[in-house]
Design a protein around this ligand. Sequence first.
Ligand SMILES: [Mg+2]
Ligand SMILES: [Zn+2]
Length: 162
Amino acid sequence: MNKAIFLDRDGVLIDNSKHYYIWKSDQLLLIDGVIDNLKILLQKGFLLFVVSNQGGISRGLYTKDDILKLHTELIQTFKANHIEITEAAFCPHHPEIEKCLCRKPDSLMIERLISKHKISKTDSYFVGDSKSDMDAADKIGIRGIQIVPNQNMFPYLSFLNQ
Ligand SMILES: [Mg+2]
Ligand SMILES: [Zn+2]
């Protein structure tokens, strides 16, 4: 069994203080400390996953291809810093347009990753900046770590020493 850190994207990895929806290269601004913090998590033996709501696709603000392209770029940026993201999952739906079971606070995205990558729930965590992240983690039964949006998550990584 593997252990994993599931990471929300916006407000946790990418700074979204200036843009609510992020889909373009020039909006790809990493939050302070992200590179160092992810390295620490990898050194502790966690697989890293990104789990993100992208309801802007359903709303027609940008396309699935825009997000796939941005995620490729995000993953390449991390790779250049010796950080491997095992998979980046996203929900393209918006509840006002189409209902689904993947959008957080539902947990289908996390459930799929857990079964595909043989993740032990008891050894894994969800790091997010919103209540819907914590609710999704609760629903599937993994521990949620709620950080302050767009700030260095380092102070919250003390759970690693427990
Ligand atoms: Mg967020
Ligand atoms: Zn969905």
